[in-house]
Design a protein around this ligand. Structure first.
Ligand SMILES: [Zn+2]
Length: 265
């Protein structure tokens, strides 16, 4: 039975690789024969994510949620390491953050677990972005004021999608203490921080690639500002800032929960 399943061509059309009940030995064997194009792998993961999540029971005594989380992170890394797979890794990240963590299980009110999982996948994405940028084969840009590897993530589109989702989600903020930050907006602030910084670097590098050598620095800086405006990337991409001992990782006011902003006003 097992061999039959594993020998099937295009197994990813019928087997859910994210399913937490699928034994690890299956995953190991299947991983040796994956779709070659990142788009195809992403499409199968896109279809697999919510059905796999739905198999996790509310009283998860076998730790299936943790296995599921690990599998999603592994597949995000796999996409990120494929040629041209970087932007698909971001799409999987967004799917996990927006469609699994913050929508699917809304009835459970399990904010603390979600917050933990949200942090975990943010950390994984931050590590992945760092690894991708450090790859010597990635596009190498160098000028008198800019030196960085920027592969194509389409982080600009990812930011827009995340910001739109944050505007749409209702605010459930309940208190001022950091431990009360149960609201989706606060959970997603770190993700937006990560993506917005990535989008800022991406726009900067695209402008440099297009006009960097042809225009003086002052003019290309202006072009960069216009493009940032057009792409809705703020000139200060930080969402989180350090505000003294008590405010490490505080959201800047422009990104605070709507309820919190109303209370402050
Ligand atoms: Zn909120």
């Amino acid at each position: 039975m097992e061999n039959c399943l594993l020998k099937r061509e295009e197994w990813w059309l019928s087997i859910n690789i994210l399913s937490p009940t699928l034994p690890q030995r299956y995953i190991d064997r299947l991983s040796a024969d994956l779709p070659e194009r990142p788009e195809e792998l992403f499409n199968s993961l896109d279809r697999a994510l919510l059905p796999a999540a739905n198999t996790i029971p509310a009283n998860d005594s076998h730790g299936l949620g943790k296995v599921f989380m690990t599998r999603v992170i592994e597949e995000m890394w796999r996409l990120g390491r494929m040629q041209g797979g970087e932007r698909y890794a971001l799409l999987l990240f967004l799917k996990f953050q927006l469609e699994y963590l913050h929508v699917l299980k809304d009835g459970t009110k399990d904010y603390h677990r979600r917050r933990h999982e949200s942090k975990e996948i943010n950390l994984a994405l931050a590590d992945l972005l760092a690894e991708i940028r450090a790859k010597p084969t990635n596009i190498y840009i160098r000028s008198h004021y800019y030196r960085q590897n920027i592969p194509y993530f389409n982080a600009v589109a990812a930011c827009r999608r995340l910001r739109k989702a944050m505007e749409t989600f209702p605010c459930k903020h309940r208190g001022y203490h950091p431990d009360d930050d149960i609201c989706i907006h606060k959970n997603l602030a770190a993700a937006l921080h990560l993506l917005q910084k990535c989008a800022y670097a991406e726009v900067g590098s695209n402008v440099l690639r297009a006009v960097g050598k042809r225009l003086p620095k002052e003019i290309s800086d202006h072009v960069r500002e216009f493009v940032m405006l057009a792409e809705q990337v703020p000139m200060d991409p930080r969402v989180l800032v350090t505000t003294g001992n008590w405010g490490v990782g505080e959201s800047r006011s422009a990104y605070s929960c709507p309820k919190l902003l109303i209370k402050k006003a």
